[in-house]
Design a binder for this molecule. Structure first.
Ligand code: ATP
Length: 269
């Protein structure tokens, strides 16, 4: 086919233990895992299970990672699509992809659908330059009608990521759609330390490496940036044939990345 399909993973190995920090977000998402695993608990008491959760935060903070962890924890298949990919499609293709995506997810329920960059498709309708974008509106309308069409016991939950909740069409945020928001901020000092530890887990880190100091030197770094720091340090050590990664490798990695940041080539904006 000419257009990209959505991704599907039947078995996701990511769990909450792969996500450092974001304790509050994890607490809220544990609930979503329970909705998927024990829907009857809620249905029996007359509750309607939420259909959509918006993950709000800057790039690289772990929104995709958290969505995958929800699927992994619930042992549910993970369907993923990037909303910006819909924009490259021919008229009518986006909407029909959405239909197929939801159909497959319903057949595999309980399931998670993850829509990355929902703002690229979910902007307020008619607000773009040159007015409405037919393809975009059709695709957005299809997402809304699929979510409205879930029956009470469907056990498909849609997670969507954005860093611009303010520009979203209010129709997306109505009850029964993306009526829950989970904030995923840049990591604080303690969280940066925890993220560094996660990414150092399977690497030969010299015992002299001061992780706390590295966390202090990386204010405003996202989780993705921190992962990159550890990888760059490993590359530095590997380049000169070392068998462990030491502090000098981390300093070089930081220099390199800070330069990159100044040139605007990394994820921090
Ligand atoms: P984007 O909005 O740019 O897609 P995102 O918020 O979805 O970004 P991810 O793609 O989940 O971010 O993060 C990129 C990578 O950074 C992850 O695969 C993971 O390796 C690492 N990472 C980010 N945040 C964390 C975290 N809190 N704990 C551990 N690793 C993290």
């Amino acid at each position: 086919s000419r257009a990209k399909r959505f991704g599907r993973e039947n078995k996701v190995n990511t769990t909450f233990s792969d996500v450092a920090g974001h304790e509050e977000a994890k607490r809220e998402l544990v609930e979503v895992v329970d909705f998927l695993k024990n829907p009857q608990k809620y249905l029996a008491i007359g509750a309607e299970i939420p259909k959509g959760v918006l993950l709000v935060g800057p790039p690289g903070t772990g929104k995709t990672l958290l969505a995958r962890a929800v699927a992994g924890e619930a042992d549910a298949p993970f369907f993923t699509v990037s909303a910006s990919e819909f924009m490259e499609m021919f008229v009518g293709v986006g909407a029909s992809r959405v239909r197929t995506l939801f159909e497959e997810a319903r057949k595999s329920a309980p399931a998670i659908i993850f829509i990355d960059e929902i703002d690229s498709i979910g902007r307020k309708r008619g607000a773009g330059i040159g007015g409405g974008h037919d393809e975009r509106e059709q695709t957005l309308n299809q997402i809304l009608s699929e979510m409205d069409g879930f029956d009470k016991s469907s056990s498909v939950i849609v997670l969507a990521a954005t860093n611009r909740p303010d520009i979203l069409d209010p129709a997306l945020l109505r009850p029964g759609r993306f009526d829950r928001q989970v904030t995923i901020d840049l990591p604080n000092l303690k969280e940066r330390e925890a993220i560094l530890r996660v990414h150092m887990r399977n690497k030969p880190i010299a015992s002299t490496v001061n992780i706390e100091e590295l966390a202090r030197s990386t204010s405003y770094f996202s989780g993705a940036d921190l992962k990159n720091v550890v990888n760059e340090a490993a590359l530095e050590a590997g380049r000169v044939g070392k068998t462990t990664i030491d502090m000098s490798d981390f300093y070089r990695a930081l220099d390199k990345i800070t330069l990159g940041l100044e040139n605007g080539s990394l994820t921090i904006t």
